[in-house]
Design a protein around this ligand. Structure first.
Ligand code: ZN
Length: 298
């Protein structure tokens, strides 16, 4: 129960998976609407648009899956397992949590926060799995941060912790790439560190979004980060300082979260620097691996 986005013949399409088979969800959805419902459905090629339309649900994904299987059409829609992905969609905003794993707080010698630390990354920084993270010259130290991210399912404002679950559409992975030297300098001077988090390509997302109800509540999602094949981060979302319901409820007091918005939930211990030539891979069993090479460039 997942959705991803790839380019095919130069155009983006949504893809999903049935067992081992990846298929063209965009085309199957339109064909199903035509064949079964007799309606011409719009072409949807962005997961955020799918969520906004209320279609990223178990019911819709099952229905399309059944259509593809029942009529033996898999051959028609099948695609090769993608190696290079687009970000699943273009979110309205990307929010992130600082200091949400105890061991990571200790690693940077920060004090334990008494309320969630929330910051923003530019949505334009999003790239897909397989696309290069580009580190400009003179950027100083740039770190990877492997994180689980929440994908918001519907407009969310002033929700109580006990209601948060119903506002979550799914989960994905984010690499919260950070220009660390620039961030530290900004913090030391009492300035915001938005720029240090928001360089172009500094927000790999994906490879796919997995439907929320695939997980228990609260979800305990294991996450691992490997740098050039070597294990660097290993934890799970059961180690949060602030639970998911607290985080989303807290943010929603001040900011209206909208369908497709991403909330990265913080990184565990083991962050470290990236260099051109590295490959950084963030994996979770249900979500897959968000894998990005690192290049230097303006
Ligand atoms: Zn982070």
């Amino acid at each position: 129960m997942l959705i991803g986005r790839v380019k095919r013949n130069g155009r983006p399409i949504l893809v999903s998976r049935l067992g081992p088979d990846w298929f063209n969800f965009t085309q199957a959805w339109m064909d199903m609407r035509q064949a079964v419902d007799g309606e011409t459905a719009p072409e949807i090629t962005d997961a955020v648009e799918l969520i906004r339309s209320g279609l990223f649900t178990r019911a819709t994904l099952s229905r399309v899956g059944e259509f593809v299987q029942r009529y033996g059409r898999m051959e028609q829609y099948r695609i090769e397992k993608p190696a290079r992905w687009c970000p699943p969609g273009r979110p309205g905003k990307v929010l992130a949590m600082g200091r949400n794993y105890r061991a990571h707080v200790k690693e940077f010698d920060n004090r334990m926060p008494d309320s969630p630390v929330v910051f923003s990354k530019a949505a334009s920084a999003c790239i897909g799995s397989g696309e290069p993270i580009r580190i400009p010259q003179h950027a100083g130290r740039v770190d990877y941060e492997g994180e689980v991210a929440v994908v918001i399912g519907k407009t969310c404002s002033g929700v109580t912790p006990s209601a948060v679950r119903e506002y979550i559409a799914g989960y994905t992975l984010i690499n919260d790439v950070t220009a660390r030297d620039m961030q530290r300098k900004a913090m030391g001077e009492g300035n915001p560190w938005f720029l240090a988090k928001s360089f172009d390509t500094f927000c790999p997302v994906g490879p796919v979004i997995v439907l929320a109800d695939v997980f228990d509540w609260p979800p305990v999602i294991p996450i691992e980060t490997r740098l050039n094949g070597e294990l660097r981060q290993q934890s799970d979302t059961g180690h949060f300082i602030f639970s998911l319901d607290t985080i989303i409820s807290y943010i929603s007091r001040y900011i209206t979260l909208e369908p497709g918005d991403l909330v990265a939930t913080g990184t565990p211990e083991g962050v470290g620097p990236l260099q051109a030539g590295d490959v950084v891979e963030i994996c979770a069993p249900e979500i897959g691996c968000l894998c990005n090479p690192v290049t230097s460039g303006e």
